[in-house]
Design a protein around this ligand. Structure first.
Ligand code: 5AD
Length: 339
């Protein structure tokens, strides 16, 4: 095992207690430095850019934190058409994206066959490189996951949201923690590059929970992990709750980098450190200095973008080519290589 030493710390023995202790420290800089070092030697200086198409906000579930939950009657629901989705993917690929992430609520309209055709058509878009297709469409059956894989899907994102089964039950009236973990196991078994992840700052969560969240990513063998702060959405049952602090999410990403040195770790949208770092008067620190190596960019057409409201966020107009160029420029400014 590689010994990760920084300052007075030896990060090789990271159990639940040790992780919780690290997360609570006043000065976290030694861990950030170690995470940055591990990131550099394992995944290098590249920042992988992904294009996300939010193709349907219809959802059969009722996750209490999420604006897409089916109880939210204020949300105008949409589904993009097949050609519209494929054309959006084409524009993203032409702009230089090598990964297309298809994300939606759990929408039964997108049957196994409909998803299969989408995957196939996107994989067949002409490009100077092989396009990777990532699915982020929630819990499906073994048969469906297998079929999507056969049709060419490469990766799958399915966050476990919280490793505390009791907390999970309170947040998810529609499904169990065991079912979620079973899906993640199946995805791994089918050879997907598998992404887990969780929210930090959830009401009722402790630092021990966050420690367990990180250890669970390791146990599953996640190839990717999306970690972001909970943002209270006024149109959900968790309205009025306090939102999570971005700092805790950043710390969780850093420790995840130590435990999963080769993982792809995005700066999640909810963390959006990049835009924050560029706000005049905001922080100007390098947003890539805590272990992350992926940026996910929405390429959803403007007419749908605002309805994909998982939590309230400021959205700018989408210009796929221009947005990508801007992203590349800012990544280069921070001394990293956009891919
Ligand atoms: N705050 C932060 N993240 C959220 N997600 C859903 N709702 C919220 C929220 N209120 C994240 C979850 C989910 C993904 C679709 O978005 O982690 O997996």
């Amino acid at each position: 095992m590689v010994s990760i030493m920084a300052g007075n710390y030896d990060f090789t023995q990271l159990n639940k207690e040790k992780i919780a202790e690290l997360l609570a420290q006043d000065d976290f800089s030694a861990v950030y430095e170690a995470a940055d070092k591990v990131r550099r030697s394992n995944v290098g200086n590249t920042v992988n850019l992904r294009a996300i198409i939010e193709f349907s906000n219809v959802c059969r579930r009722q996750c209490t934190y999420c604006g897409l939950n089916r109880g939210n009657k204020e949300l105008q629901r949409f589904r993009m058409g097949h050609e519209e989705i494929v054309n959006t993917a084409k524009l993203a690929i032409q702009a230089g994206y090598k990964t297309i992430v298809l994300q939606s609520g759990e929408d039964d309209y997108f049957t196994k066959e409909r998803m299969g055709r989408l995957i196939e058509d996107i994989k067949n878009i002409e490009a100077p490189f092989e396009t990777a297709v990532t699915l982020s469409i929630g819990e499906r059956s073994y048969k469906e996951y297998k079929y999507f894989r056969e049709k060419g899907a490469d990766r799958y994102l399915l966050k476990h949201e919280t490793a505390d089964a009791k907390l999970y039950a309170g947040l998810h009236p529609c499904g169990t923690f065991e079912e979620r973990i079973e899906c993640l196991k199946i995805l791994k078994e089918l050879g997907y590059e598998t992404g887990g992840g969780f929210m930090t700052g959830l009401p009722g969560q402790s630092l021990y929970t966050v420690a367990e969240d990180i250890l669970l990513l390791k146990k599953i063998g996640c190839d990717m992990a999306g970690i972001g702060p909970f943002i209270s959405n006024p149109k959900t049952p968790l309205k009025g709750e306090k939102s999570g602090e971005p700092e805790l999410a950043k710390r969780a990403v850093a420790i995840t980098r130590l435990l999963l040195p080769k993982a792809n770790l995005p700066i999640t949208t909810s963390l959006s450190v990049l835009s924050e770092a560029e706000t005049p008067g905001g922080q100007h620190e390098n947003p890539f200095n805590f272990g992350a190596n992926v940026i996910m960019k929405k390429v959803t057409p403007d007419k749908y973008k605002h309805a994909y409201e998982i939590y309230p966020a400021k959205l700018s107009r989408t210009d796929i080519v221009k947005d990508r160029k801007e992203l590349e420029r800012s990544i280069l400014r921070y001394g990293r290589i956009p891919l």
